[in-house]
Design a protein around this ligand. Structure first.
Ligand SMILES: Cc1cc2nc3c(=O)[nH]c(=O)nc-3n(C[C@H](O)[C@H](O)[C@H](O)COP(=O)(O)OP(=O)(O)OC[C@H]3O[C@@H](n4cnc5c(N)ncnc54)[C@H](O)[C@@H]3O)c2cc1C
Length: 440
């Protein structure tokens, strides 16, 4: 059995960051990853003739943790395209205009919806500071939008915009999650939107993930799907599906919320943690890349909220083709390999495109993710977050799903990885003191 001070399960950004911190702090660290690659829900892959981000992509200087990591490794951000044209569906009709008009249509409704973001979250990285949050954490985003009593076309646009942000349906989505997003962008929804889809990592997410790994002395073990964990007074023992065992004094579970209950953990994690994992989260949609014929104008399109694809953005414009990035709220409605289906979905929101090819990854069907970006259901913040962040014995959770600030983003994964590493380091130091006291 391999032994170390710390075992980290999951080599996404949270696990990689925690592994670097702990190994650089002098603790022997083993990082176990089920896939044959690192970086988890980010995946830069060669598809449609270029390097495409199949998962997490955009970063921003308002996101302190990822920005600091990029700075540390000398990695710059690159701007995405500036959009000139927009298509949108509202009031049962398709409209087109310039991109600024669509932003303007979304402006007043978003301002009203998010007006209280800083009142509820005056210190966004301490999201439970204001006790009034408990009063609204049961409110769905669907209800919060509908109670604005907007004209029908504005209501539909706002609902579709937030369906995009949630990558899922609004009927169980927490209004507090929308307020938290806006609060971390200083209460400015346009800055929030810019942060979500404007700047990418030069060289891609893989470059940043590899830089963190290269700076780490942790032992990475790929293709190690962890099946069970047992902890007792002496330490933790981890067993993989293949029967390999690893032992350590402390353990970080850097896994998506939605897969936590797939592991057998003895003694079991608290009922509240397991309940949160069983509920999972609202981000269960699709991201699809579509290559279409011809050099298209730089456009964005916002379709109906229930559309298989409800958002399309012309990301790469080449001489004789254009590559679009598309999102939809239900992974089950989008076959990431089906060219004809993509054509039908696109026809309903953007006229006159001819689909040549498609590429994507079904993160919801993926047994190591079972979700896309972490967006929470009602009640998650006030009923579960603090409990999920609470260590149980030698086991701590880490990941974007459990972050305080930009939860749902790469930034949140790094924040949470740093927090977990600091706490584990403290726990190891305490154990050393206790051992010294006993033997002294
Ligand atoms: C389609 C999509 C688009 C996104 N867009 C953006 C964006 O533009 N900007 C942004 O900042 N964020 C975005 N995100 C979110 C961002 O990618 C994630 O929040 C972040 O990468 C999560 O990191 P993590 O370390 O918390 O979890 P993960 O990346 O999920 O890492 C968990 C790791 O655990 C491994 N694992 C799971 N089960 C086991 C097991 N039993 N044994 C061993 N290992 C296991 C997984 O394989 C994975 O590598 C997007 C995500 C998706 C899916």
């Amino acid at each position: 059995m391999e032994t170390s001070d710390v075992i980290i399960i999951g080599a996404g950004f949270a696990g990689l960051t925690a592994a670097r911190e702990l190994s650089k702090g002098g603790h022997t660290t083993i990082l176990l990853e089920a896939r044959d690659r690192i970086a988890g829900r980010t995946h830069l892959d060669e598809r449609l003739g270029r390097n495409l981000e199949l998962g997490g992509t955009w970063v921003h200087w308002t996101q302190p943790y990822v920005w600091a990591e990029m700075g540390r490794y000398g990695i710059k951000a690159v701007p995405g395209p500036e959009f000139t044209k927009a298509y949108w569906t509202a009031g049962g009709h398709q409209h087109e205009g310039d991109a600024v008009s669509l932003l303007e249509l979304l402006d007043a409704p978003n301002r009203r919806l998010l007006a209280d973001s800083r009142r509820y979250f005056p210190m966004p990285w301490s999201p439970l500071d204001n006790p009034d949050v408990a009063d609204i954490d049961g409110l769905t985003l669907s209800e919060a939008i509908d109670r604005l009593e907007l004209p029908e076309d504005q209501r539909q646009l706002l609902r579709s915009f937030w369906t995009l942000n949630f990558n899922g349906r609004l009927d169980q989505a927490a209004y507090t999650q929308a307020l938290r997003w806006c609060a971390v962008a200083s209460g400015d929804w346009q800055l929030m939107f810019e942060a979500c889809a404007s700047f990418k990592i030069d060289g891609g997410t893989r470059r940043l993930a590899e830089a963190i790994l290269a700076d780490s002395a942790a032992q990475l073990r790929l293709n190690q799907h962890v099946a069970s964990i047992e902890q007792d007074e002496a330490g933790v023992v981890v067993t993989t599906e293949g029967g390999k065992q690893y032992a350590a004094r402390q353990l970080i579970l850097a896994l998506p919320l939605s897969v936590l209950n797939d592991l057998e953990i003895r003694p079991a994690l608290s009922p509240r943690k397991r309940e949160a994992a069983a509920k999972g989260q609202a981000g269960r949609g699709a991201k699809l890349w579509v290559k279409v014929q011809g050099r298209q104008e730089r456009f964005v399109a916002l379709g109906p909220e229930a559309g298989a694809l409800n958002f399309v953005q012309a990301e790469y414009i080449d001489h004789d083709s254009t590559t679009l990035v598309c999102f939809g709220p239900d992974a089950g409605a989008v076959d990431v390999d089906d060219i004809d289906a993509a054509q039908r979905h696109l026809d309903s929101i953007v006229p006159g495109l001819k689909v040549l090819d498609v590429a994507g990854h079904d993160w919801v069907a993926d047994e190591h993710a079972r979700s896309t970006w972490p967006m929470h259901y009602t009640g998650y913040l006030t009923q579960y977050l603090a409990e999920l962040q609470r260590p149980e014995g030698r086991i701590r959770l880490a990941g974007s799903d459990f972050a305080n600030g930009w939860g749902g983003f790469i930034d949140g994964a790094i924040e949470s990885g740093l927090d977990a590493a600091r706490e584990v380091s403290g726990a190891l130091a305490l154990e050393c003191q206790d051992t010294a006291a006993v033997s002294g």
